[in-house]
Design a protein around this ligand. Structure first.
Ligand SMILES: Nc1ncnc2c1ncn2[C@@H]1O[C@H](COP(=O)(O)OP(=O)(O)OP(=O)(O)O)[C@@H](O)[C@H]1O
Length: 229
């Protein structure tokens, strides 16, 4: 699955300039970049939540990306007066699949599934949205900041879950601002800067990624910080 030369502007503001990116099966692909670089916009274009102005998005089989892909938004939203369990049932039924037993999965996440989801804490909402993806059978997953807001134990569990899904052949595209989480789980990382692909790093180049992040601009900011403190 991938994008070719995708461009997107909001009014006069060009947010994506001809971005091309490939998400392969059995691969965890990290998308990083400073705040405002265009990561969420790109994910939204891939999933079809935002219409790109130019470029193509597609999958080798020709099937619609949305049919094959589950998405975890940065801030999951739940309808009012829907319990956690009702939300999970809705996830399955929306794709014409019968409900499954979620007891095992919920032993991992320990959610109060009989309570209204909108009353969950931020981390609990993220866990519920993840659970909604895990009980479906997506070939690809798009996860916007999946580690953010999860407690320490669930963060560790999520890393194992992602590696397990990769082992099943699924392709996972995720954004994160946590270098450690990225380098531990990703097979490759694409750095987006001001709406263009700045560089693509294979796993063997992750040392260079860390070095690049700490050079140039960052060193100037450190010098400024030393004056300010
Ligand atoms: N609906 C919109 N209308 C106008 N501008 C938008 C819209 N959505 C995003 N933008 C702008 O597009 C740019 C990229 O935003 P985007 O959310 O894709 O960045 P990001 O890389 O995901 O950032 P972050 O790391 O902070 O989540 C920002 O300058 C943002 O203000």
């Amino acid at each position: 699955m991938g994008t070719t030369l995708v461009a997107k502007a909001f009014g006069p503001k060009v947010v994506l300039h001809e971005v091309s990116l490939q998400l392969r099966p059995a691969t965890i692909h990290g998308l990083v970049g400073v705040n405002g670089a265009g990561k969420t916009t790109l994910l939204n274009c891939i999933y079809g939540l935002t219409a790109p102005d130019a470029g193509t998005i597609g999958e080798a089989s020709g099937r619609r990306v949305r049919e094959l892909t589950g998405v975890l938004p940065y801030e999951p939203y739940f309808y009012p007066r829907l319990t956690g369990l009702e939300y999970l049932t809705f996830c399955r039924q929306a794709r014409r699949q019968p409900m499954v037993d979620v007891t095992g999965w919920n032993q991992l996440f320990e959610l109060p599934l009989n309570q209204y989801a909108e009353q969950y804490s931020a981390g609990m909402k993220k866990k519920l949205a993840l659970l909604g993806l895990l009980i479906q059978d997506f070939r690809y997953l798009i996860l916007d900041e999946p580690f953010n807001g999860l407690d320490l134990e669930t963060n560790l569990l999520l890393r194992e879950i992602l590696l397990g899904l990769r082992g099943q052949g699924r392709g996972i595209l995720l954004t994160s601002h946590l270098l450690g989480a990225l380098t531990e789980v990703c097979d490759e990382v694409t750095v987006l800067a001001a709406g263009t692909v700045q560089r693509h790093y294979a796993a063997a180049e992750f040392g260079q990624l860390a070095a690049d992040l700490q050079s140039g601009d960052y060193q100037q900011k450190l010098a400024l910080l030393r004056q300010l403190l």
